[in-house]
Design a protein around this ligand. Structure first.
Ligand code: NAD
Ligand code: WQD
Length: 344
């Protein structure tokens, strides 16, 4: 059984990926300092898979604590590095905290990869590295633009650090996965998105409004140059994302990657407007949604969606779910974690 270290394993995408890895026969060790998650997610993982994953609740910013995980598990054969701070708005106000957390965590892991001879790294990157691009759909060749936030800059910098690292460490191979807009929850409704920090992404805002945690939600702008005036994004189901990580790891293990570093877009290849997403939610769940049209949100790009041909051709991955699956599973998870609809 191959052992994989998943950082950020108690977080949203990390927890779903752990489930997929276990189901594909991997043994998983998690590191998560629980700064944006709760250890109870490990119960959800156990309920789905029948396996209890060990989480080291340590901070990857600390080199000794990070190295200790590798001392305890000298047979780690791959790292999937999710752990990061990810709130775009917060990063604008606290850039140093974002750089310290996201960059130092990666640097400490890269040191451990050398010291403990770990051959493979999968890194969580983001479509935000493309910045405000007008080339659609976005391919991996689309030039990256100036980052729109310190958060996005940490992703650009981490990608660059991995490229520089790879030049002098030919024994290691790396995959950078650029996710578009992850959303939805595990089909079992036993795990899903449950951040400690207040959700600001569209899908959790929708479900939290429908269940009564928020009185109403705002659609940020309906006067863009799009088919219904609202912004277009590429919403990718978290279980499809999880599958992509396992496939990326298997790709590296099978020595199918020639380059030291390869980059892949992960999206469904189709744009959905905010109003279409709202409609999909109401149609799929039968719930009403209190929403109003508001001002444009500063910093929003009008439209972005992926071309994922490279992942399809090289990793054998393609998304199986759409916006309806996202809304169905996100709603089931919201109901499960809230214990039913809130009244009043
Ligand atoms: P998340 O916040 O749910 O998970 C990240 C986890 O990392 C959290 O549980 C947090 O406690 C942990 N963590 C953060 N800093 C740490 C540190 N220094 N040491 C140990 N643990 C630490 O986020 P997510 O949505 O699962 O995102 C996972 C990765 O994917 C992140 O790198 C994020 O930037 C990237 N990403 C996310 C999205 C998205 O919209 N969710 C989109 C593109 C990329
Ligand atoms: C989606 C659309 C909003 C909330 C962010 C990061 C990006 C990546 C994915 C990490 C936009 C609209 C939203 C609301 C709304 N993350 N919206 N009302 O901004 O596309 O991407 O998450 O790497 O880097 O920037 O995602 O979910 O916030 O917004 O109308 O209450 O929904 O304007 O058009 P975004 P989002």
């Amino acid at each position: 059984m191959k052992k994989v270290l998943v950082t950020g394993g108690c977080g949203y995408i990390g927890s779903h990926t752990i489930v997929d890895l276990i189901e594909q026969g991997y043994e998983v060790v998690s590191v998560d300092n629980l700064s944006n998650s709760d250890a109870s997610v490990l119960d959800g993982i156990a309920a789905i898979t029948g396996k209890r994953v060990k989480n080291y609740a340590i901070d990857l910013r600390w080199p000794e604590a990070t190295a200790q995980v590798f001392e305890d598990h000298t047979d780690i054969q791959g790292i999937i590095h999710f752990a990061a701070l990810k709130a775009v708005g917060e990063s604008v106000n606290e850039p140093i905290r974002y750089f310290r957390n996201n960059i130092n965590s990666l640097l400490n892991l890269l040191d451990c990869m050398v010291k403990y001879e770990v051959p493979h790294l999968i890194f969580s990157s983001s479509c935000s590295v493309y910045g405000n691009t007008d080339q659609l759909p976005v391919t991996e060749e689309t030039p990256t633009q100036e980052a729109e936030s310190p958060y996005a800059r940490t992703k650009q910098m981490c990608e660059q650090i991995i490229h520089d690292f790879a030049r002098v460490h030919p024994k290691q191979k790396h995959i950078l996965l650029r996710y578009f807009n992850p959303a939805g929850a595990h089909d079992s409704a036993k795990i899903g998105e449950s951040p400690i920090n207040k959700a600001s992404n569209l899908v959790p805002v929708i479900t939290e409004t429908a269940i009564g945690k928020r009185q109403e939600m705002t659609v940020f702008g309906d006067n863009y140059d799009t088919r219904d005036g609202s912004c277009i994004r590429d919403y990718i189901h978290v279980e499809d994302l999880a599958d992509a990580h396992t496939k990326a790891l298997q790709h590296l293990e099978a020595s199918r990657q020639q380059n030291a570093v390869d980059v892949y877009n992960l999206g469904i290849g189709e744009g959905v407007t905010v109003l279409e997403a709202v409609e999909a939610f109401m149609k799929v769940t039968g719930q009403k949604l209190a929403y109003k049209i508001g001002e444009r949100r500063p910093g929003d790009v009008v439209a972005i969606y992926a071309n994922y041909n490279k992942a399809e051709q090289q990793l054998g991955w393609s998304p199986k779910r759409d916006i309806n699956d996202i809304m169905r599973t996100a709603w089931a998870w919201e109901v499960a974690r809230t214990g039913g609809r809130l009244e009043g």
